[in-house]
Design a protein around this ligand. Sequence first.
Ligand SMILES: C[S@@+](CC[C@H](N)C(=O)[O-])C[C@H]1O[C@@H](n2cnc3c(N)ncnc32)[C@H](O)[C@@H]1O
Length: 278
Amino acid sequence: MEITPTTSRAERSPLGSGSCSVSLPVPYYDAGGITIYHGDSRQIMPMLGRFDLLMADPPYGIGADKAMHKASGNVVGHGHRRVAKRTYEESDWDAKPLEAWVMEMARSLCQKQIIFGGNYYDLPPCKGPLVWDKEVNGNFADGEMAWNNLGIPLRIKRHLWNGMARKGAEPRHHPTQKPLEVIQWAIQLAGDVETILDPWAGSGTTGHAAKNLGKRCVMIEREERYCEIAAMRLAQDVLQFSPLNNSDQKHFCAVRQERYGPQICGFRTDRRVRECCF
Ligand SMILES: C[S@@+](CC[C@H](N)C(=O)[O-])C[C@H]1O[C@@H](n2cnc3c(N)ncnc32)[C@H](O)[C@@H]1O
């Protein structure tokens, strides 16, 4: 299925204005069939075409971003095992759930739909939710659920994700990041899909999973710092990604340029990226 620009939904959205001519912004990242738009999905979605699958993890409206920011940076453990937890900057994207029309717009663009945190939204009955069992023991929730319209029985994926104990020691860059393996599993359960939309991309796990599975994917994220992380994850190829300081980033870009040449760089050519990539 083709991803084709259209403006047909712009007039329906409370953010759209009937007469203005809007066009898609230059992607923040666009390479290998994976595109990231930095912006508000309420404004960008009306300009997109149709997709086979909505693979979404929207804000739940439970203040998870603030809670993670508050808990982050603390030192945990004892003696030589003392380590500082990752620091998450303050943000407010999880202050309230999406407006109903936004969820409806996202769903209307995609035939198949998988929505993590769908239990926070008013959605039609779901035959079998996808359950991610985090294999935790303690006070935290045992897992998370994804509402879907796939019409399949309930499926469970067990994948350890308990603070700093994470299967495969997967690096974590976003306060509500989903494991790559879990998102890949969910996409595969959707069966025959070629194009994927994730309008609330965070650190870009959906795009990363789509790339691994050879699918095309469009992601939208309003926070530039997350766009940057998502782009780095996608561009790293075989390099192990961890949060980059300036000199790491320069080294990483030099390696990438040497390997592929600057033309494959999918980054938007803004000041920060141009400094190290071109
Ligand atoms: C639950 S997180 C997604 C985490 C992602 N699944 C991952 O693995 O990293 C939701 C994301 O939606 C973004 N967001 C919230 N409102 C948005 C909007 N109107 N447009 C685009 N992105 C938005 C937030 O900045 C946040 O990064």
